[in-house]
Design a protein around this ligand. Structure first.
Ligand code: GLN
Length: 452
């Protein structure tokens, strides 16, 4: 813990942490030592972790990296972080992220962008994004500023930053991890999960984070297996599906090649490769960017200047609401609220929101169909390597397109992991994604372990 506290301090220019909690960390580590001395060590005893600022942490400022939450200090602990700390983990601090987890580059944070520790001489050593929204989590793990980190994934926010930083990130099945105490973005899509250095670490962390929670009505009442026992298991005889619709136009040849390498590695390891079709893939991104903003506009209605954080002046209650929201929300969040209220409004609801829900059903059906002929799917995680900071901020559509391979599994609720699988010609990490059946993280971890 001491070494990590020092590393965090030394790496402030990366801006991965928005709040350092060194005293709390050292206290927690001392309590860990005491438990170890008594022979009562938990499975994560003394492991120093970073916590994405979307998780409410008792007595520790939690802002979702939005000005509107101001200095909000929760009086309660999220179930997921409570599970980790209950198993002995130590908190080093709160990690930077896109505001309310809306973004793919960590540039919408009220605390400023995060820098990816990876650089490419081929592109002039420009500062690169670590991806988003869990950019702080990914950057901190990649730069050894924690042993592992919590993250959340609504449309790719665990997996794409993992791919951009050469780390491992898994979004479990919807309902595996409790959403209680996690600031809501789009409730039917949000899932917590870990970002870690290895597949095994990710499995150990997820085993601790997961579990039924009566405080979240969408939490699944199922046993949590020890996921780490599946890492290193043979993939012999497993059928791995390769969805042809993921060969999108404009995908860099290097990513196409990496995908082929992954297919070859799994075949050599004894898996059977089958081509599958997920015909509604091309509608996933537009459907996601209707459903997610719709739910966000509803979830974010609670930030009214009365209950949490920031409160702006105004002559009437309505004016206080308006001024607080105008001042407190950043541009991307406002864009999502506008899109969300529009697609939910009378007259447009059927044309947009209802249609998007139908598409969502079709996408889930596509996966169900695919499971007839395969046990897991292999795809790239993102259509590019880490891009330069600032490069896509002026063009929201270009930013949204980066989520093309990740949003499908949020819409269908399926587990999916990103594993570092190689470097591009500029020396930047690229990730491969493994998707599994609902609640079959076991197979996902086995295949990910074989790719590592
Ligand atoms: N990039 C996607 C978005 O901006 C996904 C974000 C996430 O998974 N939290 O909505």
């Amino acid at each position: 813990t001491k070494a990590h506290v020092a590393a965090v301090e030394a790496a402030r220019p990366l801006n991965a942490y928005v709040l350092e909690t060194p005293e709390k960390a050292l206290d927690m580590a001392a309590a860990s030592d005491a438990r170890i001395a008594k022979g009562e060590a938990g499975p994560l005893e003394g492991a120093p972790l970073g916590i994405k600022d979307l998780f409410c942490t008792q007595g520790v400022r939690s802002t979702a990296c939005s000005k509107i939450l101001g200095n909000f200090v929760p009086t309660y602990e999220s179930t997921v972080t409570g599970n980790l700390f209950g198993d002995g983990a130590v908190m080093l601090g709160k990690l930077n992220m896109d505001e309310f987890a809306m973004g793919s580059s960590n540039e919408t944070s009220a605390f400023g962008n995060v820098i990816n520790p990876w650089k490419s001489a081929a592109s002039g050593n420009k500062a690169l994004t670590p991806g988003g929204s869990s950019g702080g989590s990914a950057s901190a793990v990649a730069a050894d500023l924690c042993l592992g980190a919590t993250a959340t994934d609504t449309g790719g926010s665990i997996r794409q930053p993992a791919a951009f930083t050469g780390t491992v990130g898994i979004k479990p099945t919807y309902g595996r991890c409790s959403r209680w105490g996690v600031v809501a973005f789009a409730s039917s899509l949000d899932q917590a999960g870990p970002i870690a250095k290895t597949v095994e670490d990710a499995a150990i962390l997820l085993t601790s984070m997961a579990g039924h929670d009566p405080k979240d009505s969408t939490s699944l009442d199922v046993e949590t297996p020890d996921f780490s026992q599946y890492v290193g298991k043979s993939v012999k005889g497993l059928r791995i599906g390769v969805p042809k619709e993921y060969r999108v136009d404009g995908m860099p040849a290097e990513i196409e090649k990496l995908w082929q390498d992954g297919i070859d590695w799994l075949r050599e390891a004894g898996a059977e490769i089958v081509e599958v079709s997920l015909p509604h893939t091309k509608y996933a991104l537009p459907a996601y960017y209707i459903v997610a903003p719709a739910e966000a506009s509803s979830n974010l209605a609670r930030y009214d200047g009365m209950r949490y954080g920031l409160r702006a002046d105004g002559k009437s209650l309505t004016e206080i609401y308006e001024n607080t929201r105008a001042e407190g929300f950043g541009n991307e969040v406002k864009r999502r609220i506008l899109i969300g209220t529009y697609v939910l409004s009378a007259g447009y609801y059927d044309a947009y929101y209802l249609k998007a829900q139908k598409v969502r059903r079709r996408i889930a059906d596509d996966f169900d169909q695919a499971w007839q002929s395969c046990d897991a799917l292999l795809t790239p995680t993102a259509p590019s390597a880490a891009f330069a900071l600032g490069e896509r901020m002026a063009d929201p559509i270009a930013m949204y397109l980066n989520d093309v391979f990740t949003v499908t599994t949020n819409l269908a609720g399926l587990p999916s992991i990103s594993v570092p699988a190689g470097l591009d010609s500029g020396g930047l990490p690229l990730g491969l994604q493994v998707i599994g059946r609902a609640l079959d993280e076991a197979t996902v971890f086995a295949v990910a372990g074989a790719l590592e």
